[in-house]
Design a protein around this ligand. Structure first.
Ligand SMILES: Nc1ncnc2c1ncn2[C@@H]1O[C@H](COP(=O)(O)OP(=O)(O)OP(=O)(O)O)[C@@H](O)[C@H]1O
Length: 504
């Protein structure tokens, strides 16, 4: 939780900041509304703003809306000033905290904000039963293994367990073991001393030390290299870690929660995962059902994302029509909640009115349907079939660019229908302007063009991640994260090149 305090809080900044820090928040401060806007524009990052009621809260909240910065704002003022409190709430503040600050009240507000952004939305009996189990497990210090298919909410569940635990005031630290190359993961987890290896210019504490007193989530643990599994086992058994390059063990008090998309028992049987580590971590196991196994959650989660993306895009209230809801219920969801999230994000952007109808619901199967399939036979002039099509549903042929594979390269990694690179030209504005790099791109989102560029470059490099990242000018980690996201969205991703395969 990152808290930004704006103004003097009637002289109580230090007291309020101290309480928030004791509750695990990272606190920053600025004197003015302009300073706060600058900090938020510069992505300095905050999950909550606490602002002095004497400042112009209405202007501040209006500016946030105008710039589409979504962040809860809480006003603080001398407790007896009821008129100021009412004015602040009318201006859009979520809460009013009376000063002098009360530790319990600040803790409650911080917890409410944290819960709101990581809320598990559910009503299906299968998911409610899973939550009840998590409630039982949370208060103990035992390690928990959370299993479930990709995107079913494992990280949300880990956060939930932390919030409900006795450690909730201490940090929750998450490490994605799949997203960090093996040689860096060791230093990420255990830290290093200055000079421990080339590039270790200063001592750096690892995530174990950062999570001290709290919870450490090891996301996608099955991807951890066996050598590191041994070091992790030692850290769990001895409750101490060794920074790389140090001979002085450091005591740590961390509750471990691990997640895995793969069946860890099978991984143990296959010799890819240490059995002793598996039993250490699997004291409790929480299995999250996939979305297709909890259909009663679909309307509620759909509504949750509809509101979230309408607000994030500065659009007014949106609601699903009965037909649209029927369509969502009838769809065969593969299990990943992100599929429903992306569908609702698209629906928010495509729907023109307050009520979101079936024409704005573009299901992933329609985006991916191969030519000639039943789903691909949706009329091409339907906005559902291809929202990027030009008038009459025609999709002009793009010049061969990064969206299309170079001759001689595998064609199976060409963007799927509906993602055709450079395909949509709304009118001829791009061509007429004589800006060749932009031709064929107008009408597409930056995210789509970026995806096609990344997949096209990777295909060009025959799947070699290192070369592709160099050409693209991004880190290998960013590339990996993007590719993971695309696979989850159902976009085919070229497998690693032959030299890299051994390392993956
Ligand atoms: N019940 C839910 N209510 C609201 N949002 C949810 C729910 N389940 C999942 N999500 C959302 O779906 C996305 C994926 O969730 P999360 O990252 O927790 O899944 P995961 O199983 O850890 O994914 P991965 O397997 O990729 O690591 C997130 O945006 C999350 O907020």
């Amino acid at each position: 939780m990152r808290l930004l305090i704006v103004g003097t809080l009637e002289g109580y900044i230090t007291a309020a900041g101290k309480i928030a820090m004791q509750r695990g928040a990272k606190v920053s401060h600025t004197d003015s509304i302009e300073g706060a806007l600058n900090a938020l524009r510069a992505a300095a990052g905050a999950d909550l703003v606490m602002i002095d009621v004497k400042l112009d809260i209405a202007t501040f909240i209006e500016s946030l809306k105008a710039e589409r910065i979504t962040i809860p704002v809480v006003a603080c003022g001398i407790g007896t000033d009821a008129a100021a409190a009412v004015k602040a709430i009318r201006a859009g503040a979520k809460e009013y905290i009376p000063l002098p600050p009360d530790a319990e009240l600040i803790a409650a507000v911080l917890e409410a904000v944290a819960e709101e952004s990581h809320a598990i939305v559910c009503q299906d009996p299968a998911m409610l039963a899973t939550l009840r189990l998590a409630d039982q497990v949370a208060p103990s210090d035992a390690s928990v293994l959370i299993t479930g298919e990709s995107g079913t909410g494992k990280e949300l569940m880990a956060r939930y367990i932390h919030r409900k635990s006795r450690r909730s005031d201490a940090p929750f630290v998450a490490v994605n073991c799949a997203a960090i190359p093996e040689n860096l993961l060791e230093s990420e987890l255990f830290g290093h001393e200055k000079g421990a290896f080339t590039g270790a210019v200063a001592r750096r504490l690892g995530r174990f030390e950062e999570a001290n007193g709290g919870t450490l989530l090891l996301d996608e643990l099955s991807e951890m290299h066996p050598r590191l599994q041994a070091k992790l086992l030692r850290a769990i058994q001895e409750k101490e870690i060794d920074r790389i390059g140090s001979s002085q063990p450091v005591k740590v008090n961390v509750r471990l929660v691990a997640t895995s998309n793969r069946n860890l028992e099978n991984e143990v049987r296959a010799g890819n995962f240490r059995e002793d580590l598996y039993f250490r971590l699997n004291v409790f196991s929480v299995a999250i059902p996939s979305l297709r196994e909890r259909p009663a959650d679909i309307p509620m989660i759909a509504d949750h994302f509809l509101k979230k993306y309408a607000q994030a895009n500065g659009l007014g209230e949106k609601r699903l029509s009965d037909d649209a809801l029927l369509m969502l219920r009838a769809h065969h969801w593969r299990g990943n909640v992100r599929e429903l999230e992306n569908t609702m994000h698209r629906a928010v952007l495509l729907s023109k009115s307050e009520t979101v109808g079936p024409d704005a619901i573009m299901l992933t199967s329609q985006l991916l349907a191969p030519e000639g399939s039943a789903q691909a036979s949706i009329p091409t002039n339907s906005p559902v079939a291809n929202p990027f099509a030009g008038p009459g549903g025609t999709v002009p042929q793009a010049p061969r660019g990064y969206g299309q594979p170079a001759p001689g390269y595998p064609t199976s990694y060409a963007p799927p229908p509906g993602h055709a690179a450079g395909a949509a030209a709304y009118g001829n504005a791009g061509a007429a302007s004589g800006a060749p790099a932009v031709q064929g791109l107008v009408g597409r989102t930056v995210a789509e063009v970026e995806r096609d560029l990344i997949i096209g470059t990777l295909s060009h490099c025959l799947g070699n991640r290192t070369h592709a990242a160099n050409i693209l000018g991004i880190s290998i980690r960013t590339l990996r994260n993007k590719l993971k996201q695309y696979s989850e969205e159902g976009v085919p991703v070229p497998p690693p090149g032959s030299e890299e395969r051994a390392a993956y």
